[in-house]
Write a protein of this length. Structure first.
Length: 246
């Protein structure tokens, strides 16, 4: 399968490495050009290309850019083949992204993204930290394998995205339509809390739309304060914090 990845941060590069290792033809682009993408982060297989080449003839586009950059890549995503499945990994964090009125008012992030791209998206790989994604991949059937929720309205696209999630080393869990994808957004019990497939349904079910934005902002405030004192908090600290607050 031909896969184009837009965004070469920790999630995009780990996706490129894993998906190329399973035999897919993977290209990846950022906004500054292929020379600025670290080859070591990609490993063997994936190819860094110019942004306008990353959607050429692809079966799948994975967009992994900051939420406030979604409008900047919209024209590129719209130019992908009509048959391409578009998967989005983004999360809205207002202290970083600025405020977006519709999402602050309760629109699911993935629906807002979908509107920008003018096509359905599948939401996947958003609810796992880059550290867990990088370090906790395991083979299918491994005990305590972590799970990743996958939301979407296009059932064929969702099935394909779930297969790719499995190939990246995690159980894929169908978390329902995009209208329910707020249950895997920042501030919810399923978000960056390292759940197994057995644990995810209860975590998604406990999500409280009236509290998740406040809990997201509380967690960010604690992390920011901690970082001022000790530098970037450890992955263990982050996991304990999200499990306690969300
Ligand atoms: N980090 C995590 O733990 C994590 C976990 C799950 C989901 N997410 C979400 O996944 C997304 C990516 O996060 P990340 O931490 O991996 O990456 P990031 O550090 O946010 O990096 C963003 C990437 O997007 C690229 N980008 C920005 N504007 C672009 C444009 N107009 N055209 C092409 N590329 C563009 C940047 O390239 P340039 O530098 O060249 O502009 C950079 O490679 C975010 O929405 C984030 O919230 C993050």
């Amino acid at each position: 399968m031909k896969i184009g990845i837009i965004g070469a941060g920790p999630i995009g590069t780990t996706l490129a490495r894993r998906l190329a290792a399973t035999g897919h033809e993977v290209t990846i682009a950022n906004s500054r050009g292929p020379k600025t993408i670290n080859d070591t982060a990609l490993g063997t297989g994936a190819r860094a290309v110019e942004a306008d080449a990353v959607i050429d003839g692809v079966d799948v586009v994975i967009v992994s850019v900051p939420f406030n950059r979604v409008p900047d890549v919209a024209a590129l995503v719209r130019a992908a083949p009509d048959t391409a499945v578009v998967i989005d990994t983004s999360n809205y964090v207002p202290v970083r992204d600025g405020h977006i009125e519709a999402v602050d008012a309760g629109q699911a992030e993935s629906l807002w993204v979908s509107e920008r791209y003018g096509r359905p998206v599948i939401k996947a790989w958003n609810a796992i930290t880059s550290t867990s994604f990088d370090h906790h991949a395991t083979d299918a059937g491994s005990p305590d394998r972590l799970a990743i929720p996958v939301a979407g309205d296009d059932q064929d696209g969702k099935r394909l995205a779930m297969t790719l999630v499995e190939e990246t080393g995690f159980d894929a869990f169908d978390s329902g339509p995009l209208s329910e994808s707020w249950r895997q957004q920042p501030g919810t019990p399923a978000y960056c809390t390292d759940r197994t497939a057995a644990e995810l349904p209860a975590a998604l079910g406990r999500a409280d739309a009236s509290r998740s934005a406040r809990r997201r902002d509380l967690a960010i405030a604690v992390l920011t304060e901690r970082a001022e004192v000790e530098g970037t908090p450890s992955a263990e600290y982050l996991l304990n914090l999200t499990r306690a607050i969300y």
